[in-house]
Each structure stands twice: as structure tokens, then as C-alpha cells.
Design a protein around this ligand. Sequence first.
Ligand SMILES: C[S@@+](CC[C@H](N)C(=O)[O-])C[C@H]1O[C@@H](n2cnc3c(N)ncnc32)[C@H](O)[C@@H]1O
Length: 432
Amino acid sequence: MGGHGVGAAAAVDSAIMDRPQTTQTADTLGAPGADARTPVGADRMRGPFRVGDRVQLTDPKGRMHTIVLEAGKQFFTHRGSLRHDDLISAPDGSTVTNTTGVEYLALRPLLSDYVMSMPRGAAVVYPKDSAQIVAMADVFPGAVVVEAGVGSGALSMSLLRAVGDAGSVHSFERRAEFADIARANVEAFFGGPHPAWRVTVGDLVESLPDEVGAGTVDRVVLDMLAPWECLDVVADALAPGGVLICYVATATQLSRVAEAMRDHGGFTEPNAWESMVRGWHLEGLAVRPEHRMHGHTGFLITTRRLAPGVTPPLRKRRPAKGAYGVGGASSGASGTSGASGGLVDAEEAWTPDDMGERHLSDKKLRRLARSAAASTARADDDGTDPGSADGRAGGSDAGGSGRPPADRLPEDSMPADTAPDTAPDDAPQEAL
Ligand SMILES: C[S@@+](CC[C@H](N)C(=O)[O-])C[C@H]1O[C@@H](n2cnc3c(N)ncnc32)[C@H](O)[C@@H]1O
């Protein structure tokens, strides 16, 4: 997608078809066992290991390495090497032993594993939040979904799985480099372009009205700095009763988008929440919560589109005096987004720095895009895995949005087969 300008609704060239297809043939999937009724990517999730498969290896200390199987290749660590051929044709869930006797458990990564280890241009929506988004926005098979921004494509994958081959996920991303990374990640996971996916490079506010008809969209998912700026176009696109769900990292964003939803007048009273997942340590009688957890990822807020011309019923409970800052309480149906109210002044500038995001240089972004594209091309060459991005023992969050985990790019950029085995003992790959 190089050459597409940011801000312009550039051509759509990912998966990409005007309307989603209902099925894909075994030929286009290119994998044994697939038939016309096999949903895209499903064949890659089962059966014995094949050339081109991504395999997650766990050593006795719980350290994880991801490799993409190639005939004749070896996986090296400083504790010996392991032949890919020993895994090819073995059942999923096998164990293999390397040249120095270290035993590895070999499993196909789940979507949640893949998301946490794939290359990242921007911070991803963690699996626990993707699950909430799919469930609470009620993303159903066959649904027409609009998503912005696409970032690294993590959420896109969950949405694609939920809508299925017969649905539609139309993702908008204003940075072409991020769209490239997302495309490489999604294609690597599904084994090629997904028939329900369409990516438009451009700002949602400018692009959405040209790309979708008014009232044709079932669900809108916004994961971006300033979702309140998009409420007018989202309201036009959503069908009556359609769901808007926003994922924001900070309480100030949450407040602002909630007030803008109210001020718009075309939405129901919003609901907001966060979810925390606490792992449990299970060992004999020592059964207790883990000492460490990801305390915060983001907040979710949902609202539903009212029918045209309907105004929301008056709120029974009046907000407490002083609950609103400069700009006052929301004053009903103003028909504008980017509204005032909440904890912050409407004129304040919202920048990535304000939200605690780390700056990502253009050079680093270009390197990431090259790395993601190279892994796709590499797999294309052997005709088996059009999008393999092998060798990541942990994700690199290069874009950042105040969300964990830490940037581990240098290690991530190395092919697993050559990367030194340097993961700290207490830092296995983990998914929420
Ligand atoms: C945190 S990332 C999204 C991560 C993504 N949901 C994932 O799971 O990988 C936010 C993205 O939104 C994009 N973005 C911000 N505002 C936008 C807008 N108005 N239109 C389109 N994209 C936007 C940014 O460029 C960035 O890539």
C-alpha cells in the first residue's frame, strides 16, 4: 500500500473484494484438508504439523519460541538445535528433543498467542479486551462491521473470526505503514487474504461517508486517540439499533467520549467498564492468584444508534453539581461531535504525548513494515504460508498507547532460528 497518502481515502487493496464471499475453495486456501465449506484459516488450526505451519515451542522453564516449519531447517538456541523435520507430520501437542536433550512441547499458537507475539506498528488490543468487544458489541456471523484504526491488525483478526467469511470487516487506518503491518499480520494468521476484510487508508472522518452507505453498518469499533471526533460520521453509517464500542486508554478520553455521545443526541445512554484478568498459580496446595498481573489495558464504552429523528429519553437522574468542568454539562442534542463537557476543556489539544504514548520514528516504522512484509514474502516463496512472520518470542509494541507490554523489538526482529535464547526465566510469552 506504499504511496497511498495519509488522510486520503486511498484505494482498498488488501483482501479485498467489494462484497465478502461466502466460501473459499481448497485451491485458494492451498492447504490439505480444506474444502469449500472450510472457513478461511480454519484448516491451519488443526491436523498434523505441515511445512509452513507456525509452531510454538515451550522449553522446560516455560520459555517460548515461535518457528515456521521448513523442510531441512534447524532451530538453534545456545542449548543445542532441533530439526524442523522432527516436527513435520507430528501431531499438534507433540514433544521433541534437541541435540543436547532439552525437551520442547510443540503446539500451534492460538489467536491469543499469535497476537501477543506478532510484529506491532501500534499497541494492540489485548485478547481479553478483544473478547469483550466481540461479546459486548454483539459481533455476529455475517455482521457488517467498521473498525478504526487498524493499528497492527490484532482486533481485526478477532472481528474477522466473529463475522466469518460471509460477514464484512471494513478497517480504516490513517497511517499507510500501520495498514501494511496489519495486512501482513492478518494474512500470516489466516494463510492469505481474508475474503471479509477490506482496508481503507485514510482518516475515518473523511473516508467513511464515501466508503459506506448511510445506515448500512451493524457495528462500529473505534480504537484511537480521539473517537469523539468521529461520532457524526459513525452515526450516519450505523443502522438504527447498531452498536458503537470505543476502546480508550485513559479516564480523560473515556469522559470526553461519553459526553460527546450524550451531546450528539442520536445515541443511547453509554455504558462503560474495564476488565481485569488475574491469573492463578496452581501448584499442589499453593493455589492462589498470581503475584503479577496487567493492571490496566483500557476502558470500553458502548452505545447504540437511535432511529433517525428519535431523541434519547430524558435522563431521570441529574448529574451531580460540579460533575462537569469547563463547558458545563451536556446540553442535549446539539448534533455535534467533539463536544465539550467532561473532565477537560473542549479546546485542549489531544496528542499522543498527552496520553503517555511513546514516539515512534518514521525510520523504525519503515523497518517494522519491511520486517512484516519480508516474512510474508518469505513464506510466499515456498508457496505454503503466505504470511509467516516467524521467530518472535515476544511482541514489540512500537506504537504504544500507554498499554503494556514493553518494546522488545531488537529480539523480535530476529528470525527465531537464529535468535539467541535470551528470554528471562520469569518472562514467558503471555496472553491476557
Ligand atoms: C492503538 S492503534 C489500534 C490498534 C488495533 N486496534 C489493534 O488491535 O492492533 C490506533 C490506530 O488508530 C489510528 N487512527 C487514529 N485516529 C484515526 C482516524 N481518525 N482514522 C483512522 N485511523 C486513525 C492510528 O494511526 C493508530 O494506528
